[in-house]
Design a protein around this ligand. Sequence first.
Ligand code: FE2
Length: 288
Amino acid sequence: MFSIEESYNQAIRIVRNIVEDIRFSRQLYFEPVKAWSCQICQSITDDFELLAIIHNFKDKNPYMYSHPVNVALISYVIGKWMNMDGTKLENLLCAGLLHDIGKARIKDSILDKEADLTPDEIEKIMAHPVVGYKIISSVNLFNIQILQGILFHHERMDGSGYPLELKGEKINIYSRIIAVADSYDAITTNKVYRKKDSPLKALEEIQENSTQQLDVAICKIFIHNLINFFNGRAILLNNKQIGSIVRINPAAIAKPMVCSVLPICFFLRVRILYAYFILSEFCQNTDM
Ligand SMILES: [Fe+2]
């Protein structure tokens, strides 16, 4: 039996190897992706522990490698909350882990560029779902559902996405799940061109996007379960104090009710877990 930490680090190695193989035009081996997906389905039973590990590990590896792993695992948890069977969950994990693999063909100087991208650079970035689809379909190892999951992950429910501007349920279910996980991980991770936001701000942004761009049913399941996960957790406030979340109002997710605020030094001494929550100035501190 593998621990969640071991499985997480193993996935990082798998993605790094594939990215390097693509960049150095070496023989591609995708079998470890299938084996890892099967292993996750068989060994991980605690969804909330998995979410905690994702948050604790997310800044420890380059975004190029950690983002696909986070998206695969968050998508997997969403799939479980949607009662998907084991085969579909394995497909979802494969599609999640490979969804951005087309970016391996883009130079880091473009991926990490702080200044505005040129039209040519934007075109290269927007081609990554198609590039990834072509790379993955060339190896004849993954089914059409997984291939479409990769190809359509930037399509949006209102037709504003790319590459085909598909609408609604014409977009593969794996792509619609990956789109939600992709948004959440992108918002909560530091990047060269954007500072990360708190998970609660990310949920609020996803809730806003669920009316047009993201699948509203998937967003509801994701937000409902993550609110349950965050309730009672310790948080670090942006005024350097800590507290714990008492209640999150679904109509104002980023303004939770917080209690028992303590000095930061005490926080460090007791080593409370989940120190990754840095909430906005809108936090409402309530003494109880
Ligand atoms: Fe992408």
